[in-house]
Design a protein around this ligand. Structure first.
Ligand code: 13P
Ligand code: SF4
Length: 305
């Protein structure tokens, strides 16, 4: 079967079997083309609340599928490939954070959405990369414990100097691996390009950037900008998507290593097999976890607008 034939079959089956397909922006272009909604983690969380179909297929990583399940517990939610986790989400567990909280009484615990559902049950509010500054800024408490990503946390702390933000040592192994030397080399190679960076990169990289924001933020900035060349400091799929959408502009990777294997785990054939009901993993969560964990996601959506 050709790519087009597989896509047509997915479109036919998703209608027949009442599926809504959500795809994170890091997914391959051919998957984004068959999705009902695409975007960053925040946009997908908001979409998840309003889905009308009986079945939701999340093409992304596990915490994203769990978020959909928490927001739409009556739906059958499928993760496109069971191996697609997010290493950052596994770095800290509920027991560890319960112990840390004892050291910071009175602090508001802010969890990046890239965390497990179990961990979310002991946090106060979630944030995503696109909503973090707005939400932390609106919290009526100067004392914040921000978990797990210390790079995103440092970005928020810089934007909100009046807050007392405590960070732990967690983060995205893919974004955090980019070095200052790699970013400098990219600038030397492309001196006219603007540098657009995800806040999961280290502070030294974000400080060099012309724009820091979520995957959707980076895409919107590049599309709207009058500039013609861009160095992209996030997963390299965004370079391909932007090049496709803006053929008159030039996009360069900041590092060849900016590849998230987990986001790449899902193929178009996986999507086909999922809408056939033959692949993927159904997200099963107990009612108590859903009730406790969704409080901080609801709060994020309430505060994030
Ligand atoms: P966004 O919030 O930009 O979608 O980022 C999610 C993510 O996992 C980035 O690595
Ligand atoms: Fe997780 Fe990093 Fe992959 Fe995003 S890029 S899903 S934070 S491992």
């Amino acid at each position: 079967m050709t790519t087009r034939e597989i896509q047509d079959e997915i479109l036919r089956l998703k209608k027949e079997n009442d599926f809504c397909i959500l795809a994170h922006s890091y997914q391959a272009h051919e998957i984004l083309e068959v999705a009902d909604f695409t975007g960053d983690s925040y946009a997908l969380s908001k979409m998840a609340k309003g889905v009308e179909n009986r079945n939701v297929l999340m093409c992304g990583v596990r915490f994203m599928a769990e978020t959909v399940k928490m927001l739409s517990p009556e739906k059958k939610v499928i993760l496109s490939n069971p191996i697609a986790g997010c290493p950052m989400a596994e770095q800290m567990d509920k027991e560890m954070i319960e112990a840390v909280k004892l050291k910071y009484p009175g602090y508001t615990v802010v969890a990046y959405i890239n965390t497990t559902a179990a961990l979310k049950t002991v946090c106060d509010v979630c944030v995503t990369s696109s909503s973090a500054v707005k939400i932390v800024g609106a919290i009526d408490n100067p004392d914040i414990l921000f978990i797990p990503d210390c790079n995103l946390g440092a970005f928020v702390a810089k934007a909100l100097p009046d807050k007392n933000i405590k960070l732990l040592q967690g983060g995205c192994p893919t974004h955090a691996a980019v070095t200052k030397e790699q970013a400098q080399l990219a600038k030397e190679l492309h001196p006219d390009a603007l540098m657009l960076v995800h806040p999961e990169c280290r502070p030294a990289i974000s400080e060099m950037a012309d724009y820091v924001g979520s995957t959707s933020g980076i895409m919107e900035f590049a599309k709207r900008s009058d500039a013609k060349e861009f160095i992209i400091g996030t997963e390299n799929s965004i370079v391909q998507h932007l090049q496709y959408e803006c053929p008159d502009k030039k996009f360069y990777v900041m590092s060849k290593g900016l590849i998230c294997e987990n986001m790449k785990a899902t193929t178009l054939v996986d999507v086909l097999n999922c809408v056939k009901g033959e692949a993927g993993e159904e997200i099963i969560m107990d009612g108590e976890t859903i009730m406790q964990a969704r409080k901080c996601i609801d709060k994020m959506i309430e505060m994030g607008g």
